[in-house]
Design a protein around this ligand. Sequence first.
Ligand SMILES: [Zn+2]
Length: 240
Amino acid sequence: MRPVTKIGWPQEDGNPKSYNSHTKAKIDLEGHLGCYCSYCEVFSSDLEVEHVISKDQDHTLSHDWNNFLVACGRCNGRDNKSNRNVDLSIMHFPHRNNTFLSFKYEEGGYVMVNPDLNGTASFTYAENILNLVGLDKIPGNPKYPNHNQNDTRWDHRRIAWEWADKYLTRFESGRLNPVQVAEFASQKGFFSIWFSVFSAHEDVKRELINIFMGTATNCFDPANGYQPIPRNPANIADPI
Ligand SMILES: [Zn+2]
């Protein structure tokens, strides 16, 4: 899950901009985060303004810029996040944590909690957001015996991985430069998949971070090949 940096509350005539209809925030959100679902990372022209804390949980936050992200209808839909309760203190979110460290992506569309976190609180907090948005829903996962056939997010990841693999071959044979790879990736979405497939190529990782708008630059170490690094190092229990 791509970690992102949200800008502060946009201003209008010297005052915090009013979002009395929360859908008004879509242009401002997409303007600095790009048109990517905050959870499944798909590139889409059809994203929704998503309340991190739902209106049912706390209606006072329903027009609050700091409570908005963009998400696709599937991640934000009834099967998944919808109006379920969110406890920010025990869940990773892409605007608060280095959620690239929360998960591991694999060929075939698989997503799992990063096994390196095993036995830590961070593992549980990553698992909590995974379950909230149903990111590991894939046919055959025993956790979801009645997989909804219309939930094809896994298949988009599978295809994105194939594209990234194909581009890796072209890149390694010198037919593409890092910017060309990143520009193509940015029109497909799935930052985490591209970043995983190109893990050995720091020049490509640098361009991916640059081109995918709003990626949290403090989550990757430029002095060490853009390795992902904890975002909250002072938090002993959950530095992620
Ligand atoms: Zn999504």
